[in-house]
Design a protein around this ligand. Structure first.
Ligand code: KDG
Length: 333
């Protein structure tokens, strides 16, 4: 029997158009394009660190789809691609923009992913050699089929003893006029590793931020709240073994960054990082998630997992594009 050692990620592959914010790209007739998508970003980092990875996604049946497929394969990502005549989803975000605010323009409805019924691959094929499943809260927001597939994959993973991770990343443009609570709460019983922050936990799981916070990154109440939220999560969902929180405080170009990990009934706190100038606001959380998966699968201590993931995520703030590059080697941070 072959050992199960693959990480399966499920999510939409996107093209990210990154114009400069002054609009010079129009005169220059030149636009930066990155390949993105939260789960793809995780898969890409994991593959770069030599983990066997599969991505369940969707690709159009045209040369764009074929070229993307080759690109992924060259990176060492095995792709299970649903196919139809749709187009690849895209988003526009200027080179200094932030996914979390209104500056992102999505153009992904419909797309080959949002139109898919995800029926091409059987569960046996999808889960063959898999030991970890990763999904983010972006995917269940995309279509009823995508949400249903998240639920089916998570249920199946739990029944096969496959670890399940969920990144609680909130994209307001995707949940307009909808409360995500009901959908996300239905996924939670199958989750073992959760990543987010005290505010996304409040947003998705309705576990409130109760401590008064003064807005500064060294407010001790942030830690008290991180512990309280994690305890509450474990009370409601005992299968959750790890809860990671990232704390990114940006003020203009300046950034302060640290993270926490609740593991074995204890809140661990990482080293703090500071820079006067942030270079890239996209993909840092995804690189944190990838490092969390990598370190857990390697059997590293919880404190080392946390320190490595925090350092990776901080370094990603200086790497352009949605994914990490060779400058971030988790074995030599
Ligand atoms: O917003 C989305 O749906 C994306 O997946 C795009 C980005 O790559 C992702 O948000 C970065 O975390």
């Amino acid at each position: 029997m072959t050992d199960s050692n693959k990480i399966l990620c499920f999510g939409e592959l996107l093209l990210h158009f990154a114009p400069d914010s002054e609009g010079n790209w129009l005169n220059d007739q030149s636009l930066k394009i990155f390949v993105g998508g939260a789960e793809y970003n995780v898969a890409s980092a994991l593959a770069q660190w030599k983990n066997p990875v599969k991505l369940l996604s969707a690709l159009p049946e045209n040369f764009v789809g074929n070229q993307l497929k080759s690109q992924l394969e060259n990176k060492g990502i095995e792709i299970l691609a649903e196919k139809n005549n749709g187009r690849i989803g895209t988003f526009y975000l200027s080179s200094d923009g932030d996914m979390q605010n209104a500056s992102v323009v999505y153009d992904r409805f419909p797309s080959v992913f949002t139109e898919s019924d995800f029926s091409t691959f059987s569960l046996d094929e999808t889960f063959s050699e898999v030991k970890w499943l990763h999904i983010s809260t972006i995917t269940p927001a995309l279509s009823e089929n995508a949400y249903q597939k998240c639920l089916d994959l998570m249920k199946e993973a739990a029944s096969r003893n496959i670890t399940v991770s969920l990144d609680l990343n909130y994209r307001s443009a995707l949940w307009q006029n909808r409360n995500p609570f009901e959908k996300i709460i239905a996924l939670m019983p199958f989750v073992n590793v959760l990543m987010g922050n005290i505010w996304s936990i409040q947003q998705f799981l309705e576990i409130p931020v109760e401590y008064e916070l003064n807005g500064s990154f060294d407010d001790k109440n942030l830690l008290k709240q991180a512990e309280k939220s994690a305890l509450e999560i474990q009370k409601k969902f005992p299968n959750v073994k790890l809860v990671a929180n990232t704390f990114r405080f940006t003020n203009g170009e300046e950034v302060n960054y640290f993270a926490t990990l609740f593991a074995d009934d204890k809140l661990l706190v990482s080293q703090q990082y500071h820079s006067d100038k942030i270079e890239e606001r996209v993909g840092s959380g995804d690189s944190f998630m990838a490092a969390l998966i990598h370190g857990t699968l390697k059997g590293n201590s919880s404190q080392q997992i946390l320190e490595d993931a925090t350092k990776v995520a901080f370094k990603k703030l200086f790497v352009k594009g949605d994914t990490i590059n060779d400058s971030i080697n988790i074995e030599k941070l």
